[in-house]
Ligand binder design. Structure first.
Ligand code: S3P
Length: 172
């Protein structure tokens, strides 16, 4: 098993913020699959969806998945909300699901000082009903693939990070 931690979970659950808390508590280097894709294409995720479509974006995720498996180790990898569907996810590292209710996620987004920007950059969070349906569809799939599940509701990022590092250590 590779020495990476792979954070998965729904849009807005806090993967980026938790990743920053983990790197401040460990010597891991962090990498985000959406950031890798944006630099590969020199385009924002929003533009990739608008100009090339979601299926094309998913092929880029698969490409990043293969690269992570072949070339990356001892890294904290945060992922886009749909990245967990790449077919080699479990080969990349220990898969940690950040879980909470849809209501908590939505509240977290709209409470953020940059709420508008946070919503605007996410093509699959433009319509709240559709986002909720996607959450309901994915929730059991996330749980099925995760090695570790962490409930994030009501906890601060440092507490979540500590919990993840302890659980991963126990598994190793
Ligand atoms: C997506 C989530 C996004 C981004 C893209 C698609 C998804 O990442 O990868 O818009 O399918 O859930 P975040 O989870 O960081 O918002």
């Amino acid at each position: 098993m590779k020495n990476n931690i792979v954070l998965i979970g729904f849009m807005g659950v806090g993967k980026g913020s938790v990743a920053r808390a983990i790197i401040s508590q460990s010597d891991m280097i962090a990498l985000d699959t959406d950031d890798v894709i944006e630099s590969m294409q020199n385009m924002t995720i929003k533009k990739i969806f608008a100009q090339k479509g979601e299926p094309y974006f998913r092929t880029l995720e698969a490409k990043v998945g293969r690269w992570l498996e072949s070339s990356v180790d001892n890294t904290l990898i945060s992922t886009g909300g749909g990245f967990f569907k790449v077919d080699n996810l479990k080969e990349i590292g220990t898969v940690v699901l950040l879980h909470t209710s849809f209501e908590t996620i939505y509240q977290r987004i709209i409470d953020h000082p940059n709420a508008k920007k946070k919503l605007k950059k996410r093509p699959l969070f433009q319509d709240i009903e559709k986002a909720k349906a996607l959450y309901d569809e994915r929730a059991p799939q996330y749980s099925a693939i995760a090695d570790i599940v962490v409930e994030v509701g009501g906890k601060d990022y440092d507490t979540i990070a500590k919990e993840i590092l302890e659980k991963v250590k126990k598994q190793g």
